[in-house]
Design a protein around this ligand. Structure first.
Ligand SMILES: Nc1ncnc2c1ncn2[C@@H]1O[C@H](COP(=O)(O)OP(=O)(O)OP(=O)(O)O)[C@@H](O)[C@H]1O
Ligand SMILES: Cc1ncsc1CCO
Length: 305
């Protein structure tokens, strides 16, 4: 499944990743992008996001601390990034928590051809329902609900993928990557990853670097995916090509394995030294900075269906 030397390619090319993200975890996200070998730039000002994204190779949109103007900035940056063939990752943080977030996520998805939607199980389910016109109302905060929610919700990931044409990455104790041609389960990771804030946001940034490498392999052309839906439908265009985003499926899986393996090693190391979640967070970044393709290949735990 992981056919490339992802880590070497990222470190050799140092893709610049433009992040419009939340103020809670922005520093950790930037450091994790640096740790994997990319080059982060955080910029959200409406007057500069198009310029900034133009000099980058990937765009990460994270809805963690959302305001009206930030949504406008995301759409401006997203349109420019798409016109340049850059991969775009959307994290619908907390769409379970407010109607504004759900409406904003739909607005973005209708105007920007997102390549990868990455959220925890509750967020993916809520977004799929909102996209289908069935709003469940406010059910949860920004964190994953329970592991059992995850298990039953693969169909929501597939459904959201059909509605939007994006590769859908649903995370939790087990991660699922739903592409047009395959579903991949990733079993790397450690429960402590859910006990620090921002492990999902950090994953978004890391995934941006993997997708920037993958963009060079994605067969550009008219997108296959995205069923029109009654009120709007997904945005047209973008960098998902004739192969339906298979390169982004592989990038997402590789990024999940990388993050998960670092989580496993970090937890072990933190526990050895009697540390807790603060020490864990530090080691998570440490391991990302020394991760090799050999560690990735040897540690990955994936199933393809
Ligand atoms: N119980 C768990 N066991 C193993 N790995 C986990 C567990 N919970 C989360 N993870 C891992 O943590 C990472 C983030 O997933 P999670 O679903 O917690 O994101 P999130 O809720 O969006 O995070 P945040 O909002 O804090 O940024 C993923 O790589 C996932 O595999
Ligand atoms: C805690 C929190 N609140 C808004 S964004 C964020 C970081 C995790 O997504």
């Amino acid at each position: 499944m992981i056919h490339r030397e992802w880590i070497k390619e990222i470190r050799n090319t140092a893709p610049r990743i433009h992040c419009i993200t939340n103020y809670v975890t922005a520093g950790d996200v930037a450091n994790m992008i640096l740790a994997v070998g990319g080059s982060p730039i955080m910029a959200q000002g409406i007057r500069e996001v198009e310029d900034v994204t133009t000099i980058c190779q990937g765009l990460v949109l994270n809805m963690g601390t959302l305001e009206e103007e930030r949504v406008d900035a995301m759409i401006l940056a997203g349109k420019r990034a798409a016109s340049l063939g850059h991969p775009i990752i959307l994290d619908p943080v907390g769409v379970t928590a407010s109607g504004f977030r759900r409406a904003s996520a739909l607005r973005i998805l209708r105007q920007v051809p997102v390549c990868v939607i990455r959220g925890n199980a509750s967020e993916i389910c809520a977004l799929d329902q909102a996209f289908g016109g069935m709003d469940r109302g406010n059910v949860c905060g920004v964190d994953s609900c329970t592991d059992s929610v995850m298990d039953g919700q693969v169909s929501s990931a597939l459904s959201l993928g059909r509605r939007t044409g994006a590769v859908v990455v649903m995370t939790g104790s087990v991660d699922v990557v739903a592409g047009q041609h395959q579903v991949v389960t990733v079993r790397n990771g450690h429960p402590w990853m859910a006990r620090i804030t921002g492990s999902g946001c950090m994953l978004d940034g890391v995934m941006g670097a993997f997708c920037a490498v993958a963009a060079r392999y994605e067969d550009k052309g008219p997108a296959e995916g995205g069923d029109p839906v009654e009120d709007g439908g997904p945005a047209e265009g973008g960098t998902i090509g004739r192969n339906g985003g298979d390169a982004y499926v592989q990038a997402a899986v590789a990024a999940l394995c990388a993050h998960g393996i670092c989580g496993e090693l970090a937890a072990e190391k933190a526990m050895e030294s009697g540390g807790g979640t603060g020490t864990f967070r530090m080691y998570l970044m440490d391991y990302m900075s020394i991760l090799t393709d050999e560690m990735l290949e040897g540690g990955k735990r994936i199933e393809i269906s």
